[in-house]
Ligand binder design. Structure first.
Ligand SMILES: Cc1ncc(COP(=O)(O)O)c(C=O)c1O
Length: 443
């Protein structure tokens, strides 16, 4: 960053500090990962200067000789990696990509059916106050009391409400989704099936999570989670979807532009191309396998330490801890963990009695730690760190009562956390661990 440091030391300093934060903490937010140096270089390239509204060989601007090749390369790599006949690589991120799919396939006011937020669905799957709810009629399904998808209940609801599109694939669901069940429900009522594999795309590519390709009409994935690319999205049309509607891919392309976007971010598309090439290497399969092995080891140790996990465990990269047996809220625990260098997020649990900003759970995952080379042994250590901190927090809560969870007392809380014995001890262990497993970005 030599040039940036000289021309804008303020921004350079903040970037360096953020790099340091990532280097010195355990990134356990399951939707985060560490993209390679090669991806970062593509992102920071002069491709970002280019306006290229349209698609390869059909643009509204001149000067596309090279960006056409870049986009074609990314499209071809996406098609090959996911084994689908059509791919759009232009969506700016997962949320606009989902909206583009809705507008491509539906008319305003048509019914969509997705998993509720508190059960682990994404905002864009029809949550209240989102565009997916304002411009479409949204019906939400929930997981069962055990935290698992209840396919018969979903089928019943679908038959009653007759959505034109069903979304499967989530933000906070730790288990494997039965795509076949969803395909049969969608078929029964003549609905489209959109599978949102944003969280699990990398696991699918690695062969450790079932692919929805034979079952879905359209697949959407972000590119920056387990897939380990830049922030962006892919919209994939399957053979099944195209046999239902031969214009499907065309409709999706025009839902992106002119539907909801203008010029594509060509630097991001180059970065996506790079990430797709990385994901096609045998080493990515090893990575994906380790992500799941690590999550399983972490889950097992957390259970051993007395944590309650939604669904009892995980078969993916992600774990949802229900803290109600610890009598602590997700926000308090997430803040305390951050003080110790463990970064994850507060999260609702199914049928959460508490509001989303003060929820009963935390969500964590292993994609980024696995990218640093950590294995089961380190996961078990982290689970034990978590237990030490939670035990101390429970004692503090007994002494301090509600103060420990009062949102207005954030600064006081931070001071308290930084003085807490277990947090100080874990912070120094985390520093050791992060030094032992530096971020390498060479995949
Ligand atoms: C399942 C799912 N779909 C869509 C998105 C939206 O992606 P973005 O944040 O890139 O808009 C997310 C992001 O968390 C997600 O988890």
């Amino acid at each position: 960053m030599k040039t940036l440091k000289k021309s804008d030391p303020e921004v350079a300093d903040l970037i360096q500090k953020e790099q340091g934060r990532q280097e010195n903490t355990l990134m356990m937010i399951p939707s985060e990962n560490i993209a390679s140096q090669a991806v970062e270089e593509a992102l920071a390239s002069s491709l970002g200067n280019k306006y290229a509204e349209g698609y390869p060989h059909k643009r509204y601007y001149q000067g596309n000789e090279f960006v056409d090749k870049v986009e074609t390369l990314a499209i071809e790599r996406a098609k090959k990696l996911f084994n689908v006949p059509e791919a759009n690589v232009q969506a700016l991120s997962g949320s606009p990509a989902n909206f583009a799919v809705y507008t491509a396939l539906l008319s305003p006011g048509d019914t969509i059916m997705g998993l509720s937020l508190s059960s682990g669905g994404h905002l864009t799957h029809g949550a209240a106050r989102t565009a997916s709810d304002k411009y479409f009629r949204s019906i939400q399904y929930d997981v069962g009391r055990d935290g698992f998808l209840d396919y018969e209940k979903i089928r019943k609801l679908a038959k009653k409400e007759k959505p034109r599109l069903i979304v499967a694939g989530y933000t906070a669901y730790p288990q494997i989704i039965d795509w076949k069940q969803f395909a049969s429900i969608a078929k029964e009522i003549g609905a489209y099936l959109l599978t949102d594999i944003s969280h699990i795309a990398g696991l699918i590519v690695a062969g450790v999570y079932p692919t929805p390709v034979p079952y879905a009409d359209v697949i959407m994935t972000t590119t920056h989670k387990t897939l380990r690319g830049p922030r962006g999205a892919l919209i994939l049309s399957t053979k099944k979807g195209l046999s239902k509607d031969p214009d499907l891919a065309k409709k999706i392309n025009s839902a992106i532009i002119p539907g909801i976007q203008g010029g594509p971010h060509m630097n991001t598309i180059a970065g996506i191309g790079v990430a797709l090439k990385e994901a096609s290497k045998p080493s990515f399969k090893t990575y994906g396998k380790q992500v799941v092995k690590n999550a399983r080891a972490l889950a097992q140790e957390l259970v051993k330490q007395g944590f309650e996990l939604v669904t009892g465990g995980t078969t993916s990269h992600l774990i949802l801890i229900d803290l109600r047996n610890k009598k602590l809220l997700g926000n308090t625990v997430a803040e305390a963990f951050e003080a110790a260098g463990i970064v994850l997020n507060r999260n609702a649990v199914p049928f959460d009695p508490n509001p989303p900003y003060y929820p009963s759970g935390i969500r964590l995952g292993t994609p980024a730690l696995t990218s640093r080379g950590m294995k089961e042994k380190q996961m078990k250590m982290v689970a034990r760190f978590m237990n030490l901190i939670v035990a101390d927090l429970q004692k503090e809560k007994e002494k301090l009562g509600f103060m420990i969870e009062d949102e207005k007392k954030r600064d006081k809380r931070k001071t308290l956390f930084l003085k807490t014995k277990s947090i100080k001890a874990v912070l120094s262990k985390v520093k050791e661990l992060t030094r032992q497993f530096p971020i390498k970005k060479a995949y």
